[in-house]
Structures are given as structure tokens and as C-alpha cells.
Design a protein around this ligand. Structure first.
Ligand code: ATP
Ligand code: MG
Length: 261
């Protein structure tokens, strides 16, 4: 079997000195979509920010396309007889090198530059593509899944609705020609109509074989989209569910919170 596209081995991290997630083993196969589902505030975003190189991991490793993205944490020789700190060289990871490899993280909360127009944001996004091929097809895909963006092409981001901003964020992620696209709560806070529009757009993106990690609070949407689902609770993966046995929302709730949820 070939190596997975992404592999997390025993990954732990958080906001020092606070530990948020620990011992996470997770894989995304080549051409696979996986989902991550769990309660609010339990560390999903922190885990994904670590994978994206925005936070250094505390322990464990992140492999992408066969290469380790983080540096090795190492003990280093003590330089002082009197001081006993900093003996451990921390694991480091750089967001720039992660993007260069084609691992593209679309953040929760669609953080965009409010004074830029849709056109300006989508003009700079391809710079992250670093010579990967397929730019023209990807532009066509973006036009096909987000026709609304052409209507708002010259609007500043600050005049867009939440759903439209989310579309710009995902479109920018796509124009970076991802080898793996991570979508963190892409339908959060949207009206029901826009939520459906976004879910359909993401399903179309998946139909073009873009490998995905998707976090969402809607179990039905996730299970219809992904090949495997990870349940995430209190900073750890508690269960991995194969595509052949995708559970209902009720069943997932029972798995996470027990019969009396
Ligand atoms: N920048 C930060 N500094 C310190 N603590 C943080 C920071 N961001 C988040 N936290 C804390 O880390 C924990 C995990 O938060 P995180 O955002 O990763 O959870 P989540 O599972 O993504 O939640 P949600 O479903 O609400 O998006 C929470 O206790 C949160 O308060
Ligand atoms: Mg989150």
C-alpha cells in the first residue's frame, strides 16, 4: 500500500502551557475525504491549525506526501551547570512550507481582508500554487461551483454576506491548487438556504476528486460527503468510522454522549 497523503502520528499540541489535543493518529489517503466531528471547544481547530503550521506541535509528527513537515524535537546538551531550562529543542513547523507543499487550510470564520474586492483576493490566491498544474481547470471549477462570486466580483469583502465570504475563502483555497484542502466549519452561522448552497458546492468540489478534511456540525452533510469520519472529543480521536457504516446523527450523538444525551 502506498503512503497516505497526510499522516499524523501521536500529535499533541495546544497553546503553551495549555495542552488542547493529544496523541492524535489520523490519516488521509490519496484521493480521500475525511470528516472530523466533535463538540465545540474541544480542539478541532487547534489540531488543524497545527497541521497547517500556524502552531508548533508539542509532540508527535505530521507527514505530508511522505515528508515530515515539522522539525524533530530533540534533547540538546545542557549548556549551564546552574540552569536547567530549555534542554528540549521544540518541534517547529512553518506555515509557509506547509502551503508550499500544497496543504491548504481554509480557516474557521473566513478571515479575509475587508477592504479588498473579491477579484483582488482571488487574484493573489494562485500565488500559493507554486507552479502546481491545473490552474485553468480550477478556475473553471470555482466559476461552476460559486457562480454568485462573479456577481460580487468588484464588491469589497466587507459588503459580502457570511455565506459569500465563506465562498471567497473556499475559492481562494481552491485557486491555491491544493493537494489537500482543509475546510474548518465551512457552513457555520449561515442561513439554511446558503448552508444548502455551500454543502452542494463542497459536494461538487469533492466530485472533482479534491482530497479533503472537513469539520462540520452537520453529521448528515459530513457522512454524505466523506469516505471516513473521525469523532473527536476532549482533544482526542475517540472513534474512526468507515464509509461502509456511516451512522445517523442520532447514532453519532449516542456514540459521543451515551444513551441519555
Ligand atoms: N488563541 C488561543 N489561545 C488560547 N486558547 C485558545 C485559543 N484558541 C482557542 N483556545 C482554546 O482551545 C480550546 C479548543 O478550541 P478550538 O477552537 O480548537 O475548538 P473547536 O473544537 O474548534 O471548537 P468549535 O467547534 O467551537 O470551533 C478551547 O478551550 C479554546 O478556548
Ligand atoms: Mg473550531
Amino acid at each position: 500500500m502506498s503512503a497516505p497523503l497526510l499522516e499524523l502520528r501521536g500529535l499533541s499540541g495546544g497553546y503553551p502551557p495549555v495542552s488542547v489535543f493529544r496523541g492524535v493518529d489520523m490519516t488521509v489517503g490519496n484521493n480521500e475525504a475525511v470528516g472530523l466531528f466533535g463538540p465545540n471547544g474541544h480542539g478541532k481547530t487547534t489540531l488543524l491549525k497545527t497541521v497547517a503550521g500556524l502552531i508548533d506541535p508539542r509532540d508527535g509528527d505530521i507527514f505530508f506526501a511522505g515528508e515530515r513537515l515539522n522539525t524533530e524535537g530533540k534533547m540538546r546538551p545542557r549548556t549551564s551547570r546552574h540552569l536547567n531550562y530549555d534542554l528540549f529543542r521544540r518541534r517547529r513547523i512553518s506555515a509557509e512550507s506547509v502551503v508550499r507543499q500544497g496543504l491548504i487550510y481554509v480557516m474557521q470564520g473566513n478571515l479575509l481582508f475587508p477592504e479588498m474586492t473579491v477579484e483582488e483576493v482571488l487574484d493573489i490566491a494562485p500565488q500559493a500554487a507554486r507552479g502546481r498544474g491545473g490552474a485553468a481547470q480550477m478556475r473553471d471549477l470555482v466559476d461552476a461551483v460559486f457562480p454568485r462570486l462573479r456577481e460580487r466580483w468588484h464588491s469589497k469583502i466587507r459588503f459580502l454576506s457570511g455565506g459569500e465570504r465563506q465562498m471567497v475563502s473556499i475559492a481562494a483555497g481552491l485557486l491555491a491548487l491544493p493537494r489537500l484542502l482543509i475546510l474548518d466549519e465551512p457552513t457555520l452561522g449561515l442561513s439554511p438556504k446558503l448552508r444548502i448552497e455551500l454543502c452542494e458546492a463542497i459536494a461538487k468540489i469533492r466530485a472533482e476528486n479534491v482530497p479533503l478534511i472537513v469539520v462540520d456540525q452537520n453529521v448528515e452533510f459530513l457522512t454524505s460527503l466523506v469516505d471516513r469520519l473521525y469523532l473527536f472529543d476532549h482533544g482526542a480521536i475517540t472513534r474512526e468510522i468507515d464509509g461502509s457504516a456511516m451512522p445517523s446523527h442520532e447514532e453519532v450523538m449516542t456514540m459521543m454522549f451515551g444513551e441519555a444525551h
